[in-house]
Structures are given as C-alpha cells and as structure tokens.
Write a protein that binds this ligand. Structure first.
Ligand SMILES: Nc1ncnc2c1ncn2[C@@H]1O[C@H](COP(=O)(O)OP(=O)(O)O)[C@@H](O)[C@H]1O
Ligand SMILES: [Mg+2]
Length: 401
C-alpha cells in the first residue's frame, strides 16, 4: 500500500496547504467526475424542453442581467475547481459594470457562464441562476436553458470582445468576409450587398478612416488597436443590448487603450446598451465604470458604485488593489504589491480566502466565511473588520503571534 502511494502522486495546491493525491484517490475523483458530468451534459442536450422550464422574471425590471448565487465548477483530475463560487450582482440597463480582480479570480468564467460558453464537459454551471432579459421582452434563466435554445439568443443580443483580437479573427479570411458573415448570420433578410454596406458603416462608426481598405485587408495587415476596433465594429453590427468586454485593452499600449475606451463609451451611448467590463486594471475601471464588482478566488468580496469603491474601499483586498495601482508610488519608491497570490480554487477552506494574505487578519477570520455587510444602498463587503458583533471579542492574530 505504501508503494502505491509513492508510485503515482500529483501535487495539488489549495489555499495554504499542499497535498498529494494517491492513485486510489485519483481513480475515485475521476469516477465521480464522470458521473456528475454525464448528468449535466444529458440535461443540456435535451430537446423540445418546455419554455416554462427556463422562463423567469427579473427581480428588478431595469436590469438586463441578474447573476444570482452562481456556482461554476471545473471537474478536473485533481479535484473540483470552484472557479465561481456563489456570485450575485446585477447589470442594469445603460450602465457599465466593472468586474475587477487579479488574474484567476473567476472573472472570465463568470462572463462565459452567461453565454453558456464555459469549457464543457469539465466546466459546468452547478447551481444558481443567471436571469437575462432578451430584446423580445422575455426573461430567461440561462443556467436552465438547453443548448439548442441558447444558440438562438447567444450573439444576437449579447456581443463579446476579447483581449487579443488576433485570436478571435480568423487569419485566413479578409476582415470584410468575417464581418459580413456576422451580419448575414443575425439578419435573415440581409443580402451580400446589404451586409457589405452594413459592415462598412460599422467600420466608419468605430473611427476607421479607410473603411474600404480595411474591409478588404487580412487581420495580420492591421495593428492591434485597429483589430480591436474591427472587433468592436463586428460586435456592434448585430445591435447588442449587452457587450461583454473581457480585458479589451490589456494587449494594447496606453495611448491606443485610451482611444478604445473612449470608443467603447461612445458606442454604449449610441446603442443605449450595457457593458460588462472585465479587467485587472483599476485605472480602466475608474475611467469607465458606473458600478464595480471586486472578485477574489471565485467570490465577490466587495461591490459598490465607482465612487464608493475608490473613495471608501472597505475590504483589505480592494485597499491592496488600490495601493498597487501604477501611479500611486512616488518617484523612486517601489510599487506596492499584495503579498502572496490568488489561491487555486480547489479544496477551498471555509474561512475567508484572503486570510493568508491579509494584513488585518484576526482570529475570527480563520473561522466561518464572513457574510456580506451593507454600508449603503449600493455598497457591500464581506470582511469581519466591519462586523461590530465580531470584532470586539477577538484579538488581531499578528499581536498574539
Ligand atoms: N478550462 C478550465 N479547466 C480548469 N480550470 C479552469 C478552466 N478555466 C478556468 N479555470 C480556473 O478557474 C479559475 C478562474 O479563472 P478565470 O475566470 O479565467 O480567471 P480571471 O478571468 O479572473 O483571470 C482559475 O483558477 C482557473 O485556473
Ligand atoms: Mg480572464
């Protein structure tokens, strides 16, 4: 038995501890995964599902999307990665919602869940709901929709813009062909001529001067900023009500970044839609967002209006992010960075996930996970520092250490 254990071990890392899997454990995990995955996939593949199963009502009719206790997991060979672990927030109509957090916090998986584009079969929405108000006025719970139904709404009302447009554009087709295809796909009455007209119109709209020339170019002939403009033009061509922009300017240099952000903002006003803006860059959030959601290791640890988050951040993680913003350090000073790193959300503890990196940790912080506390109608954070019932009777761990 001892031999078996040494024989095949995979290192896995939880929040603090490192532990090794035995072959037996691995086989057990794999069996369990297969069983769970099969159930989920069977559910999604069903045909002729009655609409009543996934029609729902918005909690607040002025929202386009409501995430409600969303849990999205990956069933991997080393265990269950709880990439999104109980996330709730709203995207109101006509607003820009910034989602911020270090890399690996679950921002992308949250947005992919909304599109039912989480990498299956290992990635699955496990529980919670995502209510979505479509342009036909109906409200759908995306988590309960069979794939065949989801295909009808995906991309029609919701458009996505990614970090690196080179990977979203097909290198072997000209820009125009790819743009026309989107128009033709979404508008059954479009003809090749009307599609071309619309594509050129959209290229003009995003500030591309020689639209005709770009229309007949290949992606590699354009600069990064230009390609991102093309992606925005493409996203616009089907009149989306919601644009999901996942790190849209991360691959661009600073001056181009500002232009693209300006463009996004003007585009949003034009379509009177909403933007879910995902970024690790607080500077971008400050420029753009109306409301901010701060994620850490698959959970929301703070949310509020942009003013509240920037002028009165509560959670030590948010405060740390603020301090590590470039431009904060004065000349010659080293830029602050939060020590440690985002844990791999496997075998997460019951206590606060930020515990091992936090300068303010207290005894209580290693016990139950802190509840969301409310500071204003819009400002929430989950941290014991502000829990009057809990703070009084505990000492700072650091003092007692
Ligand atoms: N296909 C996948 N398989 C396994 N784990 C994944 C997969 N995609 C993402 N994850 C994990 O989910 C977590 C959240 O990832 P992600 O949403 O991409 O983070 P962010 O966008 O905030 O940088 C990470 O720990 C990541 O390793
Ligand atoms: Mg991401």
């Amino acid at each position: 038995m001892g031999m078996m254990k040494i024989f095949k071990r995979k290192k896995i890392q939880g929040i603090d501890d490192t532990h090794y899997l035995t072959l037996k454990e691995e086989i057990r995990i794999s069996k369990e995964n297969n069983k769970i995955i099969r159930q989920f996939e069977r559910r999604k593949a069903r045909r002729n599902v009655d609409e009543s199963e996934y029609l729902t009502q918005m909690r607040d009719p002025s929202n386009v999307v409501e995430f409600d206790e969303l849990h999205t997991y990956f069933y991997t060979e080393v265990g269950t990665v709880k990439a999104v672990n109980g996330v709730s927030f709203d995207i109101p109509e006509g607003k820009i919602i910034g989602v911020v957090g270090e890399s690996g916090c679950g921002k992308s998986v949250t947005s992919l869940s909304l599109m039912q584009l989480v990498q299956a079969p290992q990635g699955q929405i496990v529980s919670g709901s995502i209510r979505y108000k479509a342009s036909d006025g109906k409200c759908y719970d995306v988590t309960k929709m069979p794939t065949s139904e989801m295909l009808k709404i995906r991309g029609k009302d919701i458009a996505m813009i990614f970090q690196e447009p080179m990977t979203s554009l097909n290198p072997v087709f000209r820009i125009g062909e790819q743009m026309d295809e989107v128009v033709l796909l979404h508008d059954s009455s479009a003809t090749p001529e009307s599609a071309r007209k619309r594509s050129i119109e959209m290229l003009n709209l995003v500030g591309i001067a020689m639209a005709d020339k770009v229309y007949s170019s290949y992606p590699h002939e354009l600069s990064g900023g230009m390609r991102q403009r093309v992606m925005i033009a493409m996203a616009l061509s089907c009149d989306p009500r919601l644009i999901i922009a996942d790190e849209p300017t991360t691959a661009l240099d600073v001056t181009i970044q500002a232009q693209i952000l300006d463009l996004l903002r003007s585009v949003m006003n034009r379509i009177n839609g909403s933007i879910m803006l995902i970024t690790h860059d607080l500077g971008v959030i400050a420029e753009m967002a109306d409301e901010v959601v701060v994620m850490y290791a698959g959970r929301i640890i703070e949310k509020g209006s942009v003013r509240e988050i920037f002028h009165n951040p509560r959670h030590p993680y948010t405060i740390g992010l603020m301090k590590s913003k470039p431009g904060k350090a004065t000349q010659g000073e080293r830029l602050y960075s939060i020590k440690g790193q985002v844990p791999n959300p496997i075998n997460m503890p019951d206590h606060c996930y930020f515990y091992n990196r936090c300068d303010h940790r207290m005894e209580i912080c290693s016990k139950a996970y802190p509840e969301m506390l409310q500071f204003s109608p819009t400002h929430f954070s989950s941290c014991y520092l502000y829990d009057e019932n809990k703070v009084g009777d505990t000492k700072n761990v650091k003092e007692s250490e």
